[in-house]
Design a protein around this ligand. Sequence first.
Ligand SMILES: Nc1ncnc2c1ncn2[C@@H]1O[C@H](COP(=O)(O)OP(=O)(O)O)[C@@H](O)[C@H]1O
Ligand SMILES: [Mg+2]
Length: 257
Amino acid sequence: MPKLQTVGLGKRFGDLDVLRGIDVTVPDGAFVAIVGPSGCGKTSFLRIVAGLEPQSAGQVLIDGVKVVGPGADRGFVFQNDNLLPWRTVLANAMIGPEIGGRADAAARARTAALLRLVGLAGFENYYPRQLSGGMRQRVNLARALAIDPRILLMDEPFSALDAQTREIMQTELLRIWEQGRKTALFVTHQIDEAVYLADQVLVFARRPGRIREIVPINLPRPRPLSIKRTPQFVALVDHIWGAIEEDVRASVFNAET
Ligand SMILES: Nc1ncnc2c1ncn2[C@@H]1O[C@H](COP(=O)(O)OP(=O)(O)O)[C@@H](O)[C@H]1O
Ligand SMILES: [Mg+2]
């Protein structure tokens, strides 16, 4: 049985047809990236899977069970870090277990171990303002993992980072993902980021948002950054760019529509 399945998923905001007929099947442990032009419904799709937004049509199934709201089986990493400034790194990462009513000593120890895993050993008692952007996104990742979700949902988590930090975070994310192999959905604007991370890239089209193509990424793992310079990698990026170029041009030149 697939870990995650969407069947005929649709979304309308009033008159706006945002998503239509999204059928996705994600096997357990797969890393799926989602790319597509601005406004094609990527965030809406992720929020529906997270149970933060109701769909207008179709269903989301996790382990065959219909999603009806948010749950501890899904961890969400948002585009902009939303750490609480008055809480330390550890206290921020503990928010999930606290909400779940499981903020005991064992949960604190697990969360501290996750902070070490994301490279924040020694920063447990720092406050967000004392951290770089990359470090804050590491806290967000640890926080999403702290509830031990079955599925990790990430919405452009690295988009606010500079290019070098972003590449480091990509390798770090893969290193962390290799440890637990949680099913992951990762939205990005950057096609090379999608190809580098994923087993499968969903290419979304716009107006209404739907799946234009599902591109399997059969690159070996683990993946060093140098894989980005191989002919197979470049060919995959070119192929995906070819699939969305027209849509991206339309979204740039008709930003208001
Ligand atoms: N809460 C909302 N109410 C009305 N329209 C929305 C809402 N959220 C998103 N939209 C619209 O839905 C479309 C898809 O948005 P979004 O899912 O954020 O796209 P993406 O993440 O791919 O850029 C956009 O046209 C956006 O303006
Ligand atoms: Mg978005």
